[in-house]
Design a protein around this ligand. Structure first.
Ligand code: ZN
Length: 302
């Protein structure tokens, strides 16, 4: 059986999930940067701290999303790297770990019933799932789990990038015990020589990864179960996936609220309401997989 899973907790590029947000709020309250949540980038971005021209600062003041736009990045890469530094390094040090729902995906993959994970999360946690081959993951808005040059798309080893980030990019958040230079200097691509090295996330003004368009063509016609987890299904084109699969393919929505164009009276669609991890735990129980899950992921269940 082929399954397509949409793991769309993040509803906008460069915007974190509520789940991750909760984790971040408890562990990293003042320097994780999100856009629209209270305390997020709209409230807190301080262009005066960033390495930028007066004109660039004025622009970021009016529109904080400029810091993650191609328009600004192609001329000056440092603001992006300075803003993202703690989140990138925090993920690298595994300050945040995959959730129980992520482990469920791992289990599906091991049982050979997972066709693909389409994720709008950029946190790269999916790539920490040892049992899910990388080609089964489609990070629709890119991922912090991979590093590449924005100019020539050459990949860089992510560990090497993290070392360079620590060495080249200053800490604008004034964090305790942080190794950082006083001033930022560009990180150059070894392939094209341009300073375009960054996590492989999609900047505003850039196209989605070609992998997305390739995989939906392969997957959608043969999808025989579509599970949608934790998303508002408002950001296209990923949000159109559930309505683009064969009309008879069953769909399951696991979410706090009803979203998208499901018809729960049709007999085709099922709504499992609640927090993803709680619902997935019930599913594991119903499937008779709980014992196996406990053995494989003992830290996820008390
Ligand atoms: Zn390059």
């Amino acid at each position: 059986m082929a399954i397509i899973l949409l793991f769309l907790i993040c509803v906008q590029p460069e915007k974190t999930s509520r789940r991750l947000d909760k984790i971040l709020t408890s562990h990293l309250p003042h320097y994780y940067v999100d856009f629209r949540s209270p305390g997020g980038m709209y409230d807190t971005l301080r262009p005066e701290l960033l390495t930028a021209t007066d004109q660039e600062r004025a622009r970021m003041k009016i529109d904080p999303t400029a810091v993650v736009s191609w328009d600004l990045f192609r001329n000056n890469q440092l603001p992006y790297l300075e803003v993202r530094r703690p989140f990138i390094l925090g993920l690298a040090k595994r300050q945040w770990k995959p959730t129980l729902s992520h482990c469920f995906l791992s289990m599906l993959s091991e049982k050979n019933i997972l066709r693909r994970i389409y994720t709008q999360n950029i946190d790269g946690l999916d790539y920490q799932l040892d049992r899910v081959p990388k080609d089964k993951i489609v990070p629709v808005h890119g991922s912090l789990g991979r590093t590449q040059c924005e100019f020539c798309e050459a990949e860089m080893d992510t560990q090497e990038f993290h070392d360079l980030l620590e060495e080249h990019i200053k800490d604008i958040y004034d964090l305790p015990n942080v190794k950082a230079p006083a001033d930022s200097t560009p990180i150059l691509c070894k392939h094209c020589g341009n300073p375009g090295i960054k996590p492989a996330t999609v900047l505003y003004g850039r196209s989605l990864p070609s992998m997305f368009f390739e995989k939906v063509q392969e997957d959608l016609p043969v999808c025989d179960l579509c599970i949608v987890i934790g998303t508002s299904l408002t950001v296209f084109p990923a949000a159109s996936i559930p309505s683009s699969i064969p009309k008879t393919t069953p769909r399951v929505l696991i979410n706090r609220d009803e979203v998208g164009e499901f018809d729960f009276n049709s007999g085709r669609d099922t709504f499992l309401q609640g927090d993803a991890d709680d619902v997935v735990l019930d599913l594991l129980r119903e499937l008779g997989w709980l014992g196996e899950f406990k053995k494989k992921y003992p830290n996820y269940l008390s």
